[in-house]
Ligand binder design. Structure first.
Ligand SMILES: [Zn+2]
Length: 258
């Protein structure tokens, strides 16, 4: 088995405490790579630490739009340590061999509103992604069209739209641009992601959990082992064998991340 989870938050306190068990369940399920995505300085460091400790874990470093993150943390009831954004970007610039991709980054106008500031940070990271020739894992919330327009200005070939919730014409435009779409495990109950899989060719699909979020099971937190559920659903929609889907997605992962 060669399952890949290209977007998880293993640093998240809800699952971090069980990390050894989670990694061993992932291996048992056939997961060969989990890309754990940082969103600020603190979580970026945990991503690096996890990648050093566990062979299947790969680090991705990101800066999530800070205004959106602040608001989200207020809602969830925890506090983030302040950090210097430019210093963190410089850290990414000077440690290119320690991580395989950039993310989670993006535009979030659902929780945040300073789109100018969000774009400034994103363009600095985008330039680094181009310079280091690494994939960039992007999220957009209530900013799908803005994000696609923003991407037009950068001729980066390694764009991954994670959890893309834009409408049909925006999905189509992402496909035309040869972007990759990463499909979360909640596809099992989401009409939107089922439709997205119909529209995006298998050569442009990736799989993720977004653990601990977006679980395919109502009563369980998400974890990388469950990425198998996404594969099953894609196979059903595409009328393909699950093994064939798995191999295709693994090849997409290798092409992009290695
Ligand atoms: Zn995420």
């Amino acid at each position: 088995m060669v399952l890949v989870d290209i977007h998880a938050h293993l640093d998240h306190h809800a699952i971090y405490k069980d990390i050894d068990a989670i990694i061993s369940r992932a291996k048992k399920a056939g997961v060969v790579a989990v890309v754990t995505n940082g969103i600020n300085k603190e979580t970026n460091r945990i991503s690096l630490e996890l990648a050093r400790k566990h062979d299947i874990v790969k680090a991705s470093l990101g800066i999530y739009p800070p205004d959106a993150l602040d608001r989200e943390c207020d809602v969830e009831g925890f506090e983030l340590k302040p950090f210097d954004i430019d210093e963190e970007i410089e850290f990414m610039n000077s440690h290119p061999n320690d991580f395989i991709s950039f993310g989670e980054v993006g535009l979030d106008l659902y929780n945040g509103k300073d789109v100018k500031m969000q774009k400034e940070i994103l363009s600095k990271i985008m330039r680094l992604a181009i310079k280091q020739d690494k994939p960039i894992i992007l999220h957009s919330r209530k900013a799908e069209r803005e994000l696609l327009e923003f991407l037009e200005d950068y001729k980066h070939k390694k764009i991954v739209l994670h959890c893309f919730s834009g409408r049909k014409h925006l999905i189509r435009s992402g496909v035309e641009k040869n972007y990759f779409f990463s499909v979360p495990t909640n596809i099992v109950k989401s009409d939107h992601f089922q439709r997205l899989v119909e529209m995006v060719p298998i050569t442009r699909l990736l799989t993720e959990t977004d653990a601990p979020y977006l679980s395919p099971y109502q009563d369980k937190l998400n974890e990388p082992a469950y990425v198998a559920e996404t594969i099953k659903k894609i196979a059903e929609i595409k009328g393909m064998d699950a093994r064939e889907v798995e191999n295709n997605i693994y090849l997409n992962y290798k092409k992009l991340f290695e």
